[in-house]
Design a protein around this ligand. Structure first.
Ligand code: AMP
Ligand code: MG
Length: 352
């Protein structure tokens, strides 16, 4: 582990502990018996909580799902599928149903957002140092070259219904990563594993991704904090949700400031090859499906306030909370009953 990576992980631990405290404070559930565990995977400290008599078995099953997805999706692990895809030189690679599901959801969002979410921006993510933590402002010519390696529009996913298997082929010089969607998909499968183990109430927090199973043991909705992008120990407001995925993309989550004082963050606008530069500092998506929520959080962040609202109006199926540089909080109208502002530094409006 190099120093930069260590620094990033230490920071993430602090952030995760704060997030954990916040979730626990907001989700205090009286005297109900619960089990809790922490997992470090996907470069993130994750906390899993399950209630009831099957809680321990539910957590073990969920942890197993997360760990196996972590190895499969780590672009640096040579036994993993993503490494194989990135070294396949254009040949077909057999992939799991989970990867197939992420690709087809990402493809829909790619098409609808006109490429704002593009899993093949990985060469750009690496170029800026967001993969290994060796942050760096690239030369314009290097950005242009890395942009040319985007190839999501020609990636082919083939399904073989008889055997239930899938293959993927991708341009020989293309490289893919699932950083924008992996935690959302892992949360879907972890919640399913808990449910299959007999748990009917639980909550998991995988970095900026929170996903719930059922209602709280007392039958009430869960309270999930939307972090304050300007002060991660605080929050801008609280969402009350039933069974849902609540996924946040924010420029505060991974970033650096260059020697000349310019702020750069980890969400790349594929059309420029540089960090998305609009008025948004975070976008939180609320929807039933964690994989879709994670695709949308990244895509809406890149689209910016006005295009994101147009996307929501046109396609629906989710709600969102956007926070801007000017300390505005804009919620879609489906959250009027669910979102409460809890920070006097922000103003709130709802959008139709
Ligand atoms: P998220 O936190 O879900 O928004 O995902 C951000 C991560 O996805 C980054 O750390 C990159 O690894 C990767 N990424 C950055 N920009 C994009 C993009 N436009 N499309 C897909 N993945 C991206
Ligand atoms: Mg995402």
């Amino acid at each position: 582990m190099n120093f930069m990576k260590h620094t990033r992980r230490s920071f993430k631990l602090t952030a995760a502990l704060l997030a954990l405290c916040m979730t626990l404070t907001l989700c205090a559930c009286g005297e109900d018996k619960y089990e809790q565990s922490s997992v470090y995977a996907m470069d993130t400290y994750m906390t899993l909580t399950a209630y009831g008599k099957n809680a321990a078995a539910g957590l073990t099953a969920a942890e197993g799902v997360i760990r196996s997805m972590d190895s499969m999706l780590d672009p640096e692990q040579s036994s993993g599928t993503v490494y194989q895809l990135n070294h396949a030189a254009g040949k077909e690679v057999v992939v799991s149903g989970q990867i197939a599901e992420m690709l087809s959801t990402a493809k829909e969002v790619y098409d609808r957002s006109k490429g704002a979410l593009d899993l093949t921006v990985y060469p750009l993510v690496k170029l800026w140092g967001f993969e290994d933590g060796k942050y760096y402002v690239p030369e314009y010519s290097a950005i242009v070259e890395a942009r040319k390696r985007r190839c999501f529009n020609t990636l082919t996913l083939t399904s073989y219904p008889v055997s239930g298997s899938y293959t993927v082929s991708m341009a020989a010089d293309g490289e893919i990563s699932f950083g924008a969607v992996a935690k959302g998909c892992a949360a879907d499968y972890a919640i399913e594993a808990m449910r299959n183990a007999g748990v009917d109430s639980g909550i998991i927090s995988l970095g900026g991704n929170v996903q719930t199973l059922g209602l709280k043991p007392d039958g009430e909705k869960w309270k999930v904090a939307v972090q304050d992008p300007n002060n991660q120990a605080d929050y801008v407001g609280v969402l009350e949700v039933g069974e849902a995925a609540v996924v946040t993309s924010g420029s505060y989550q991974r970033n650096f400031t260059s020697d000349d004082g310019t702020f750069y963050h980890h969400i790349i606008d594929p059309s420029t090859g540089s960090p998305a530069n609009n008025t948004l500092v975070s976008v939180t998506i609320v929807c039933e499906d964690g994989t879709l929520a994670d695709c949308l959080s990244t895509a809406m962040f890149v689209l910016g306030r006005s295009a994101a609202l147009n996307y929501w109006r046109q396609y629906g199926g989710f709600e969102m909370v956007m926070v801007t540089r000017d300390n505005e909080v804009i919620c879609t109208s489906g959250l009027i009953e669910e979102f409460t502002l809890a920070n006097s530094g922000y103003t709130l409006s709802f959008s139709e």
